[in-house]
Ligand binder design. Structure first.
Ligand SMILES: [Ca+2]
Ligand SMILES: [Ca+2]
Length: 127
């Protein structure tokens, strides 16, 4: 398996694994792709009064969180997110997922660990 295939598989598993983990904590079944999904996720996080829309205060809160996240990614502080900074974030996220899947922490993902991911994915899809 080359690095590109590996990254593709991990990326595909991101949503499933994270939500499968969260499913045990009451997470609803979610899809993790698409612009509408991003809006729905933002609403879920920032719609504090639960009316399904952004109030001005909720909009400010969301914008503040977005700016804070952007400043965390902008390592050199130049106000823009370079491809290198995006790559750093992707690699960090990929490493986090790898560590979650690598349950015995030996640095590799065994067949047993892949099977656990597939089981969690099936369980999640059955919700
Ligand atoms: Ca930058
Ligand atoms: Ca392992």
């Amino acid at each position: 398996m080359n690095a590109k295939q590996y990254t593709l598989i991990l990326t595909t598993l991101i949503g499933t694994t994270l939500c499968a983990t969260a499913a045990n904590e009451g997470c609803e079944k979610e899809q993790f792709y698409g612009k509408n999904d991003l809006k729905r996720k933002a609403l879920k996080r920032f719609d504090t009064d639960g009316d399904g829309q952004f109030s001005e205060a909720e909009r400010v809160s969301a914008k503040t969180a977005k700016e804070r996240r952007k400043s965390q990614i902008d390592a050199d502080g130049d106000g823009t997110i370079s491809n290198e900074e995006k790559k750093t974030v992707r690699n960090k996220r990929r490493n986090t997922i790898h560590q979650r899947i690598d349950s015995d922490g030996d640095g590799t993902i065994s067949k047993t660990e892949w099977k656990a991911v597939r089981r969690a994915r099936r369980k999640h899809n059955a919700l």
